[in-house]
Ligand binder design. Sequence first.
Ligand code: MTE
Length: 447
Amino acid sequence: MRQAPENFLTPEDIRQVGQGRRDFLRASFLTATAATVAATAGGRAAAAPAATTGIGDPDILNPTPWGSSLGQPVAATPYGLPSRHERGLVRRQSPGLTQVAAASVSFAPLQGLFGIITPSGLHFERHHQGWQDIDPTRHRFMIDGARPEFVKTPKVYTMDDILRLPPVSRMHFIECGANTGMEWGNVAVPTVQYTHGMLSCSEFTGVPLRTLLEDCGADLKAAKYVLAEGGDGSSMTRSIPIEPVLSGEVLVAYGQNGEMLRPENGYPLRLVVPGVQGVSWVKWLRRVEVGDRPYATKDEAVHYIDLMPDGQHRQYSSIQECKSVITTPSGGQTLMAKGYFTISGLAWSGRGKIKRVDVSVDGGVTWVEATLQTPILSKCLTRFSLPWSWDGQPALLQSRAIDETGFVQPGYGQLRAARGSRSIYHNNAIQTWQVAENGDVNNVQIL
Ligand code: MTE
């Protein structure tokens, strides 16, 4: 399989798109898909199918340089880096999407990842006012109440205070509510990195917020909401209902995949709110206020709301509903030969575990149950796969996830009937990848 030509846009191209030439973006994607740039693009160069190599192949007949020389010493890179052959696998911005890179998004390269964990350096990023690398010795986290009776002893914690408390580690996905947002009206972007890459999954380590609230003598009967506040310049504040706090799910986290959070992801402290859209996972967390009603802040009253078909806005629809996507084969890739492929992808639900994923290769006319790879965890990505023999004919690949509540991922027809087509947030429609006779894979929509 030839990798998607993700890195064909030159800095000059990106500059032009940034100046408003958005039509140029689509033209560039199409040209690059047609051209033969792919071998240099994905990092993993286009390989001939295994069965055609062998006799006369110098890479099996001759001694290799790496087998006949001294390798690099230990600790040559004290903090390890990916192979230079993988340098095409990076998070990317969608050119022209935002005016300023400090208030923007970078998308995770889902097409090149295995299993369910996102390497920390490839975790998607969404900042409203740029990221900061905060000095942990100067970071403070405060808990107080909207009224004095809500919190008996308001406290300010240092990182040392928090690191002394008993930790828990849990694996969860985080998805921005705007993921797949560009596709509400029609096909907009060519690859899974841009359609679904505001999605990542990590093992987070931290202290349940409940533990800290109890430490401050919060009145957990009177409390109905908490307000989480970030320490960056964006005045990011979100109301979180008390139920997931009381259940112990919401974490004040400092760890991600076994190390401290990356600065881009909120170092040294972020809120983890499993199943809820990314905006509530407040980064550089500096304060939690206990209250008895939602706060209607700017990031929940006028942003991250759903524009409904009747023109009204729906607020506080925070849970990321059941969704899935095939990550390989996916848009921009090319099937180089007929025969065996593994269809593989990711499924997730903000309401619990994934129960089943069905895959179709004929645009939803027939479905086959995919294999779910363990572990299958609540509010976590689940990897699915299905063996597929491509006969060289056009195909329409789709996945449809069902979660443990019985919720079935909708098609575009169903979703638009309920939600219209002018929204930005919470698009969990079934994704279709069209395989053409020449093996090219393209993003299409089926109602
Ligand atoms: N927290 C603060 N303080 N500032 C921000 O800009 N962005 C939010 C959320 N928390 C943001 C924030 C949004 S919109 C999302 S989707 C997630 O962080 C993204 O988290 P990530 O950058 O770790 O992927």
